[in-house]
Write a protein that binds this ligand. Sequence first.
Ligand SMILES: C[S@@+](CC[C@H](N)C(=O)[O-])C[C@H]1O[C@@H](n2cnc3c(N)ncnc32)[C@H](O)[C@@H]1O
Length: 308
Amino acid sequence: MVKAESYHVPVMLSETLAGLSVKADGRYLDTTAGGGGHCAAILDQLGESGQLLAIDRDDDALTVLRTRFSDDKRVSIHKLNFGDIGNDETVQSMKPFDGILFDLGVSSHQIDDSARGFSFMKPGPLDMRMDRSQKTTAAEVVNEYDEANLIRVLKEFGEEPRARRVAQEMIKHRPFEETSALVEILEPLADPRDRLRILARVFQALRIEVNDELDAIDRALAASYELLNPGGKLVVLSYHSLEDRKTKRFMRRMEGDSKGRYIPTPGFAEKVVMMKAVPRKAITASRSEIESNPRARSARLRIAERVG
Ligand SMILES: C[S@@+](CC[C@H](N)C(=O)[O-])C[C@H]1O[C@@H](n2cnc3c(N)ncnc32)[C@H](O)[C@@H]1O
């Protein structure tokens, strides 16, 4: 049985709550509810008439959330890829929201459970699916993609400088079933000081490809404006530069910055202030939080408010 206490330690909890500025009678959407740490903190500030819609695409998270919040009538729990919030009936029926939270990436539970195959530290099957009802696994990517496609994944999603070499080694040694077999061929490709970094880049790339993570972020951010009340808050916690760059560009674009290269949805005029980033820069975790939770080290928190 998956336990809420050990599932995930929520990152930048007080900063996230301050960003959402929870109103007692407000309506909130947690798009990455995980073990419910952020949800519980939001609920602490919500009154009886407040509402929280908690979403995740991982069934383990949904099991924990259902157990943790089963007695709380203010909470609705819903399995969904947040990329689909723009056209999901449940989400649409609860809008407008006073705050939407994205705590991107994987949970500690997903990383720690070797059977999920997310970690290069533990042997396990090459799986990496957040939603285990989906077909594509990491094994399929590693064993079946052609060289050009593997290079694309490693470059775009892992920012791996030796993408071609890594792809060629993978093709030479496949098929792979276990994470440990992949680790074995990757390790000699880097000098010992860079060993962990190459593993982190390749595993990140595979995970993003398997779960189509960046496309889901694009679609979800684009949908968030329309789901928010005027004055409502969009709060995004990212853990690597690809996620944070997307969030930053989206917020700039919504501020009417013509340099923002990201186009949210067709028909949105440029130079119109639709959201305002508050503050303009990303917030990082305090030194004491990083000491007690190393996962917070890479966290970047961005907050924007719907203006019109
Ligand atoms: C960093 S954890 C969130 C932890 C949570 N804030 C807490 O306090 O426990 C990220 C969660 O988002 C989920 N997730 C990632 N991408 C998703 C997506 N596209 N749609 C829905 N859930 C997603 C993962 O399954 C994971 O449970």
